[in-house]
Every structure is written in structure tokens, then in C-alpha cells.
Design a protein around this ligand. Structure first.
Ligand code: B12
Length: 369
């Protein structure tokens, strides 16, 4: 595959694979000039329909994979957090450069208006931005509200500027209770809701449980919007247990309320059961407390959506993160055991914890971690 056209100073024809590699190097070298030049070169110029199609391809097949690679390299501890931040900032500039390059050839929007927003607390704006730009390229009139939009302001926006659909993005599953509240609030405006992003689970299973439509990517979103989404029945504030009946057992509420105490006790139990922790520095102790805080947060989220797999997946992800940083993943076992013990009276919580513990394969003491 080639980009076709050439521009001054650029090689005759770069394949997408060449471009991906060059973009990656530019991101890692903090070279935003080169990164922007590359994506502008890839978009090219000429026939408006072609430019719009190529711009979409650059967004989804160059910039998005580069950003995913940032995540993989960070998780494997091969790049620093500073490099991850720099690469993301450059990629954001690249998205703007693609949008700017395509803008002159785009006429007025020919389709309806959609609002694209991240749920409150969600910092991962780039996925939503990619969706917004692809929809613009496909003729939609897009109100893009960016990261962490407080639900009340999202609702005010929908009242001020009625939309054919509201597109909610979330990348981190721990935002699911907030996402559910946002979906329920959007229903009260009668606006069709389309959710997307990694938080909503495999095949959007949590979005569906929360009565929202779901699409895996920007192109899927366009297809669903073209087909027309159902307008929700405008009902008054909808209580979460109408969609998630298991919430009536109160386990989610009670475990969430005792989160601080759970984290404290778990930290103490891990210190008892995992002797290397006794010689941890202050910083290492803080990190461990953060990790335990995340574990309890994901347990609470799994209780919210009643899905043990959500928690098991998170624990497996944590094993990878710890392992890559030289922290023995077996330190997770006493944490899970402590929580199992403390939450003995909560059958759903212990079921979720036991499933994760059963699936956890970590090298034992004496074996390489
Ligand atoms: C960049 C980044 C950040 C940046 C975000 C900056 C920004 N402006 O976006 C910063 C540094 C802020 C950040 C923070 C955090 N991050 Co982060 N981050 C990433 C990273 C590397 C890239 C995200 C991205 O842009 N992906 C690229 C896009 C293209 O992929 P995508 O999400 O799949 O999006 C596509 C589809 O999902 C879909 N889609 C997305 N939204 C929508 C919406 C609709 C309506 C539709 C239809 C479709 C759709 O279309 C998109 C385009 O094709 C990911 C790694 C990764 N693989 O994604 C981690 C990642 C998401 N982050 C992670 C974590 C842990 C965090 C933090 C908790 C870290 C910390 N300890 O503080 C915080 C949480 C902050 C918060 N409260 O939200 C983890 C999450 C793991 C998990 N357990 O879920 C990941 C997966 C990293 C990893 N490899 O482990 N992060």
C-alpha cells in the first residue's frame, strides 16, 4: 500500500508500515515537527473525497495504532511515563494537523448533529477525539466536548444544542458507574445514546446492560447513526437497579462505603504476609497502597456490573504491570486473601475474588518472578 502522492522532500512512496514506524520514532524522539510533517504528507492533497478518505485512514491506521503502541510500551516498562505523555501530546497535534489538512476540502456538514463527550472523570480524550474527527470527515456536524465532562453540563449542552445522538466515551472500566449515571441522565433529554471505548467491555456488554447502543469504533458509530438510533422513552430519573437488578442486594453500596477501611486493612495484611514489603521505601509503600486502592475500586466496579471477568481481567493486567517493574506479582495473593477474609459476608464479592484468585498464575516464592 502506498500513500500515492509525494510532497517536497518526502520519499516517493512510503507504505503505511513505513509511515507507522517513522511516526513511532518521531513520537519517541519527541519530534513533533517530523510527526506532523509525516501525517500531513500521508493525507496529501487533491480530490476532496479522496482527501477525506485518506485523512480517515491516517487517523485510524496511523495515529490510533501509534497511540495503542504507546500503551503497550508503557505497560511493558519500555518507555517512561514522561515519554508516554510527550507521545500523546504529539499525537494530539497530529490529529489536529489531519483535521486542518482536510478542512479546506470539507463542505458544510450534510448530516445531523452529534455530541461527543468523555464521561466525568475520564481523561482519555484522544479516543473520543478520533471518533469526533472521523464523523466530521463523514459529514456529521460534531460538538466535541473533550475529556471528563460533568454530567450536569453535558445535559445542559444537550438542552441548548439538541443533538441527533450523544456519543459517550470511556476507556477505564472503573468509570462505569459514572457512565451509567450519565447514560440515565441523557435519557431524560430524549437523545439517543451511543457508547464506546474499552471501558464498556467485550462487545460493549456493559453499554447494552445500561440501555445504550454501542459501537466498537468510529466507522461502526457512523453506520449506526446512519441507520438511526432509537430515541429513548423520556422517563424521570431512572434508578440504576432498574437496569442492573443485582444492585438491590446492596453489596456494591456497602463495599464501596467501606473502601477506605478495606484498603487500610489489606495493606496491613499484605505487609504481614509478604516480608519484602517491610523494607519498602516510603515511595514504594505509597505505590503499593495505590495498587490496593485500584484493586478495591475494580472489585467495586465488578460488583456494580456483576461481572467477575472484569475483576479477573484487571488482576491479570496488574500482574503484567508489576512483573514488568520487577515487583513480584505473588504479592497480590495476600491482598486477595485479605479481601476474601474481610468480605466473608458478601457472596457476590467473595465469588468475584475467588474467581480472580483461581485464575491468578504467578511464580511462587523461590521461582523467578
Ligand atoms: C494516552 C493514555 C493516557 C493519557 C490520556 C491522554 C489523552 N488526552 O487521551 C493519560 C496520561 C491522561 C492517561 C491516564 C491514565 N491511564 Co491511560 N492510557 C493511555 C493510552 C496509552 C492510550 C489511549 C488511547 O488514546 N488509545 C488509542 C485509541 C485509538 O484506542 P481506543 O481507546 O481503543 O479507542 C478506539 C475505540 O475504543 C473506539 N472508541 C473510543 N471511544 C469511543 C466512543 C464511542 C461513542 C464509540 C462509538 C467508539 C469509541 O474508537 C476509538 C478509535 O478507533 C492507553 C493504552 C491503550 N491501548 O489505549 C492507556 C490506558 C487506557 N491507560 C491506563 C491507565 C491505567 C491509566 C491511569 C489509571 C494511569 C494512572 N495510574 O494514573 C490514568 C487514568 C486517568 C483517568 N482518570 O481517566 C490503562 C487502562 C488499563 C485498565 N485497567 O483499564 C491503559 C490501557 C494502559 C495500559 N496499557 O495498561 N492515559
Amino acid at each position: 500500500m502506498t500513500t500515492g502522492e509525494t510532497t517536497a522532500g518526502a520519499p516517493a512512496a512510503l507504505t503505511y508500515s513505513d509511515l507507522r514506524e517513522q511516526l513511532w520514532r518521531a513520537l519517541i524522539d519527541c519530534d513533533d515537527t517530523h510527526a506532523v510533517a509525516l501525517v500531513r504528507y500521508a493525507v496529501g492533497e487533491g480530490d476532496p473525497a479522496r482527501v477525506a478518505a485518506v485523512a480517515e485512514r491516517v487517523l485510524l491506521e496511523l495515529i490510533a495504532p501509534a497511540q495503542e503502541r504507546v500503551g503497550v510500551e508503557w505497560a511493558a516498562n519500555r518507555i517512561t511515563i514522561a515519554q508516554e505523555h510527550a507521545a500523546t501530546a504529539i499525537n494530539e497535534r497530529c490529529v489536529s494537523a489531519v483535521a486542518d489538512a482536510a478542512a479546506p476540502v470539507l463542505g458544510s456538514p450534510v448530516r445531523g448533529r452529534v455530541t461527543v463527550a468523555c464521561v466525568d472523570g475520564e481523561w482519555h480524550a484522544l479516543p473520543a477525539r478520533l471518533v469526533a474527527e472521523v464523523l466530521r470527515l463523514r459529514g456529521w456536524n460534531v460538538d466535541y466536548l473533550g475529556a471528563q465532562v460533568p454530567t450536569e453540563h453535558l445535559i445542559a449542552h444537550l438542552h441548548q444544542r439538541p443533538s441527533d445522538a450523544v456519543l459517550l466515551s470511556s476507556s477505564i472500566p472503573s468509570h462505569l458507574p459514572t457512565a451509567h449515571a450519565a447514560i440515565s441522565a441523557c435519557r431524560t433529554t430524549g437523545t439517543p445514546i451511543l457508547a464506546g471505548g474499552a471501558a464498556f467491555g467485550p462487545q460493549g456488554r456493559y453499554a447494552h446492560r445500561m440501555q445504550a447502543a454501542w459501537a466498537p469504533h468510529a466507522v461502526g458509530a457512523h453506520t449506526l447513526l446512519e441507520q438511526g438510533l432509537d430515541r429513548p422513552v423520556v422517563d424521570a430519573a431512572r434508578l440504576p437497579d432498574l437496569d442492573l437488578p443485582h444492585l438491590s442486594d446492596q453489596e456494591y453500596t456497602l463495599v464501596r462505603q467501606t473502601k477506605r477501611q478495606l484498603v487500610k486493612q489489606t495493606l496491613a495484611d499484605v505487609e504481614d504476609a509478604f516480608p519484602p514489603m517491610r523494607s519498602y521505601s516510603e515511595l514504594q509503600r505509597e505505590r503499593t497502597a495505590e495498587d490496593i486502592d485500584h484493586i478495591v475500586t475494580y472489585l467495586v466496579t465488578a460488583l456494580y456490573v456483576d461481572d467477575a471477568e472484569l475483576f479477573t481481567t484487571f488482576v491479570a493486567w496488574t500482574v503484567g504491570i508489576l512483573d514488568a517493574r520487577g515487583v513480584p506479582p505473588r504479592s497480590l495473593l495476600p491482598a486477595l486473601d485479605s479481601l476474601l477474609h474481610q468480605l466473608n459476608d458478601f457472596p457476590r464479592a467473595t465469588g468475584i475474588l475467588a474467581a480472580a484468585r483461581g485464575a491468578l498464575t504467578v511464580p511462587g516464592p523461590g521461582q523467578a518472578a
